[in-house]
Design a protein around this ligand. Structure first.
Ligand code: ADP
Ligand code: MG
Ligand code: MG
Ligand code: MG
Length: 400
């Protein structure tokens, strides 16, 4: 047994050297720590003579946020490695392969995806990814369907649910998404020029009711095994390939939360286009691409999910005529609501997104922030009336 300690670059190399059948026994290996160091260490280990490489991701026992540190369970490394392996069994081409998990060190050994780029960066560079919608929709449909009571043996689902009790990471979401942005909380990080917009939101009791309803779903609706943190920083991408990483927030929750995370991050980049393209025509072009992608993600998801249900449904009662339509209709509504909630917190909550924060021109940044807040709050307010994805597109188009 190895006692837990954060690895140094040299220790990471020593660890990697002992993995069977990977590197040559006496090869020169190099190691670089490439994570941001806030929650986890990420080591890139390579053997220059053969070009072989792997990633070691190690959880740290604390999270450093805004200067303070708070303890954070190492069990999230187990949750991440198990979730990755379940995802791999359902859509092998869409996640990194896990070679090994070392519980004592809270360490996952996985495939190196350095030939991809983090999608948030790709979107900020205004690249287009024509296969993304199909890929992520397939990821969502397969992972959500086959871990739910629709597609998984229901006794086995209950057992699996027990392996994904993730209270500390869920609490982060409960606080930072479904509580703090709606009051004057210390964790908020509000630029002075949009304080008035935040104060408006703190007074908006109709909005608060919708947030309470969404919060309750996040707390109680154990529909499927979620990724739990599916923003564009958790997606690696290149022209023909999409890979989802970093499921340490995985738990059994409402399906619309994962779908909403994807749509919200596309829309945050949409809002950020204020700062990334000064040419109006090319801005309009890229925004149109993003909106198409939003629509394609939902439509592909719905088609995929219905097909899985028709072909692999495990529950006779759930084949009752009308039930599938009822289920999809309420999932669309949840998706509207969670998309909105995910947007609002990224503008002035604890953690922002580079798509907006990195806009240097303060007035362009402010326009992007207000646009994101306006779209986000409207989606939250409207969520329980939503009937089609076209309404989301219209709602966003009207704002610009
Ligand atoms: P955290 O949970 O700390 O956010 P991530 O899993 O998102 O950790 O990884 C942080 C960064 O490390 C990523 O943004 C990426 O740059 C790099 N990284 C993580 N996993 C891989 C991988 N499999 N291949 C290459 N780089 C990776
Ligand atoms: Mg990070
Ligand atoms: Mg991450
Ligand atoms: Mg993470």
């Amino acid at each position: 047994m190895t006692k837990y300690h954060p690895l140094s670059e040299e220790q990471a190399i020593e660890y990697a050297r002992q993995i069977p059948d990977l590197f040559q026994s006496r090869a020169e290996l190099s190691s670089r720590e490439i994570g941001d160091g806030n929650l986890n260490l990420v080591f890139h280990i390579s053997e220059p003579s053969t070009g072989k490489s792997i990633i070691l991701k190690q959880a740290l026992p604390y999270a450093k946020v805004v200067g303070e540190s708070w303890p954070l369970t190492l069990d999230r490394a187990r949750i991440e490695s198990e979730a990755l392996q379940i995802e791999e069994s359902l859509c092998p081409d869409l996640v990194p392969h896990v070679y090994a998990y070392e519980p004592d060190l809270a360490l996952t050994v996985m495939e190196d995806l350095s030939d991809h780029v983090i999608m948030r960066r790709g979107l900020i560079e205004r690249n287009q990814y024509p296969l993304f919608a199909e890929h992520i929709a397939r990821f969502l449909a397969h992972t959500l369907f086959f871990t739910s009571d629709l597609g998984k043996n229901q006794q086995e689902k209950k057992v699996q649910l027990g392996r994904f009790i993730n209270p500390e990471l869920c609490k982060i979401t409960e606080d930072l998404i479904f509580d703090d942005p709606y009051r004057d909380a210390d964790t908020n990080s509000i630029e002075a020029h949009i304080r008035d917009a935040a104060e408006q939101i703190w007074k908006d009791t109709e909005l608060h009711l919708e947030v309470a309803i969404l919060r309750n779903k996040f707390l109680t609706s154990a529909q499927a095994l979620l990724h739990g943190d599916l923003h564009t920083g958790s997606i690696f991408i290149k022209a023909y390939s999409t890979k989802v990483i970093d499921p340490e927030f995985a738990y059994y929750g409402p399906m619309g939360f994962d779908i909403g995370a994807v749509l919200a991050n596309l829309l945050l980049n949409f809002a950020g286009q204020e700062g990334w393209s000064t040419d109006e025509a090319s801005r309009a072009d890229y925004r149109e691409y993003l909106l198409h992608t939003v629509k394609d993600v939902w439509n592909n998801f719905e088609r995929n999910f219905r097909q899985l249900w028709n072909e692999h449904g495990v529950d006779r009662v759930f084949q009752t005529p009308g039930y599938q339509d009822y289920f999809i209709a309420s999932l669309l509504q949840d998706t509207f609501g969670f998309t909105g909630a995910k947007m609002v917190r990224r503008v002035y909550g604890l953690a922002h997104v580079a798509d907006i924060d990195k806009i240097e021109d303060a007035s362009a940044r402010e326009r992007a922030q207000r646009l994101a807040l306006s779209i986000g709050t409207k989606l939250i307010r409207f969520n329980r009336q939503a009937k089609s994805i076209d309404e989301l597109i219209q709602l966003v188009t009207k704002e610009t």
